[in-house]
Design a binder for this molecule. Structure first.
Ligand code: F6P
Length: 357
């Protein structure tokens, strides 16, 4: 009998993929320190996986050495110090053919060879559904992979919360607080468009915390009759202003998403504009003065809230512990007050939406 032992961990890589979210740096810091404390070396792959497999884009190196000094003082910083991208999935890489058409190729074998060439023994992929799906693919192919759930939309299965969500809700709630006073002063209808492509968690949480009167989320298609009825009820009670919170992915009954510009080959359609549509229709139907604010990427920018800093620190440290325990192919997750782990497939392929009840 020949027992083949997996080589010990000496060097791990971190990758941040997809749209950024407040708290990425806090995860990078926690994972780096936890790994260094175990005597391991840490590298960050620049811009998702691009730094590893598209070296031509990085003449000064696609890998960043993450040392204690490098992660010092970043727990409160927004963005990601190693960069991110939501293009160029290495497992379905778009390649243009001579006739102009596009095909997707799986560059997994090349990726595995590159991880080996750079002496990377394990990978922590920090991302949403897309990055975790890539991570799962690499894990199936034999790489030692751990996932950390990120997205401001909070729409990942198998974890009670993703990091970045609390910060996005804080930003949207602050916007609502500000809109509240100006709406009340002018007796206007104020429409706030927030992010939330398929799930209305940000709209629901910020809407409740910020005293929104009408919350429109993708999970519950709206009708203008219901919206205007609510405004009329408020007017009858002497409440002459109304705050409407609309998720970018909300749509009317039988209607579709409102998209922005042309859809790129390897990207989902950009959403945006539903807030203005809703405001215009309300003005037309009620005669009330309306204004729209699109919060956009402010929700993703800036530093994380205290709650996100703590969650990220727990997640980063837990991811490293999973590597030490050789529990690969798993994602760290929050359940109650506990940091647990689940197999990555439990988190991907379907989204956690707001239960309509
Ligand atoms: O998934 C997070 C998210 O912020 C969505 O809410 C939004 O639709 C999308 O990313 C925007 O992506 P981009 O920054 O590429 O426009």
């Amino acid at each position: 009998i020949v027992v083949v032992m997996a080589p010990p961990i000496r060097r791990i890589a971190l990758s941040t993929g997809g749209g950024d979210a407040p708290g990425l740096n806090a995860v990078i810091r926690a994972a780096t320190l936890a790994a260094i404390n175990r005597g391991w070396e840490v590298v960050g792959i620049r811009d998702g996986f691009n730094g590893l497999f598209l070296p031509e884009l990085y003449p000064d190196g696609g890998l960043i050495s993450l040392t204690r000094e490098r992660v010092r003082g970043i727990v409160h910083q927004g963005g990601t110090t190693i960069g991110t991208t939501n293009r160029g999935n290495p497992t379905a890489y778009p390649v243009q053919q001579p006739d102009g058409s596009w095909i997707e190729i799986d560059r997994t074998p090349e990726m595995l060879a590159l991880f080996a060439q750079h002496g990377i023994d394990a990978l922590i992929t920090i991302g949403g559904d897309g990055s975790l799906t890539i991570g799962h693919h690499l894990s199936e192919a034999g790489l030692r992979v751990i996932g950390v759930p990120k997205t401001i939309d909070n729409d990942l299965e198998a974890t009670q919360s993703t990091f970045g969500f609390d910060s996005a809700v804080a930003c949207a709630t602050d916007a609502l607080d500000r809109l509240h006073t100006t709406a009340a002063s002018h007796n206007r209808v104020m429409v706030l468009e927030v992010m939330g492509r398929y799930a209305g968690w940000i709209a629901a949480h910020a809407g409740i915390a910020g005293g929104g009167d009408i919350l429109l989320i993708p999970e519950i298609p709206y009708t203008y009759e219901a919206i205007c009825k609510k405004i009329a009820e408020r007017e009858a009670m002497g409440r002459l202003f109304t705050l409407v919170v609309v998720a970018e992915g909300a749509h009317p009954k039988g209607g579709a998403f409102v998209t922005h510009g042309e859809q790129a080959k390897d990207r989902e359609a950009r959403l945006g504009g539903v807030g203005e549509q809703v405001a215009e229709e309300i003005a037309k139907r009620t005669g009330k003065e309306t204004r729209t604010v699109v919060l956009g990427h402010r929700q993703r920018g800036g530093g994380p809230t205290c709650a996100d800093r703590l969650l990220c620190t727990r997640f980063g440290a837990a991811a490293v512990k999973l590597i030490q325990e050789e529990k690969y192919g798993r994602m760290v997750a929050l359940r109650g007050n506990d940091t647990i782990s689940v197999p990555i497939p439990e988190a991907i392929g379907r989204l956690r939406t707001v239960p309509p009840n």
